[in-house]
Design a protein. Structure first.
Length: 202
């Protein structure tokens, strides 16, 4: 394996195991379906990363954009999961943020302006993948922060007065925060070439 692809393998196997576990379970609750959608997006993200770092056919760029679609649509997925988890109807934000992040993903696919494909560097029998971000990535981070703020607001609205539900949602919100921190840190020169974003997703 090259370019830290083993990290993607570990996270991919982890998500696949959970997905299969829920797949064979009785699915008589919409919260299970919403959670499975989240798992599918995580599998798309990590599977694309693994295939890219393993240099699978058809190309590095193809699997890069598959992975990008998975990670960008992850937050809208939480907008469907949170209301389902607390027994509420889906809010308008679920559809609004789905449109926003899908639009970002499509624009990025054709321009590479936000999350460009990595530079493949081969040296000493090793292959590494180095991302060269521009200031445009911070536009995505700004949108992500707004989305997370909105998600926290509706979570508080749904769980206000229900401390048990709020405590159950805290690990979800904490995980989203760690995910954001990992992606932001991965843009720093200190972590160039290291898949800190994938690690934060585990």
């Amino acid at each position: 394996m090259s370019g830290f692809s083993w990290i993607s393998v570990i996270s991919l196997v982890f998500y696949l195991f959970i997905f299969v576990t829920f797949l064979v379970a009785k699915k008589n609750d919409r919260v299970i379906y919403a959670f499975m959608v989240l798992l599918m997006l995580l599998i798309l993200w990590n599977g694309g990363s693994f295939a890219m770092r393993s240099l699978f056919w058809p190309s590095v760029n193809f699997w890069h954009y598959v992975s990008v679609y998975g990670v960008l649509l992850l937050l809208p997925g939480y907008f469907f999961f949170v209301p389902s988890f607390v027994g509420q109807k889906h809010c308008f934000g679920a559809y609004f943020w789905s449109f926003v992040f899908l639009a970002i993903a499509i624009v990025n696919q054709f321009t590479g302006i936000f999350i460009p494909p990595p530079e493949v560097i081969r040296s000493g029998g090793q292959t590494s993948f180095v991302y060269e971000y521009t200031w445009h990535i911070y536009i995505v981070f700004a949108v992500v922060i707004l989305c997370i703020a909105h998600l926290c607001a509706i979570t508080w609205r749904y769980c206000k007065g229900n401390q048990i539900a709020l405590q159950q949602m805290m690990p979800v919100l904490t995980g989203i925060g760690i995910l954001l921190a990992g992606h932001m840190a991965s843009t720093l020169a200190l972590f160039k070439g290291f898949p800190l974003d994938i690690i934060s997703g585990v």
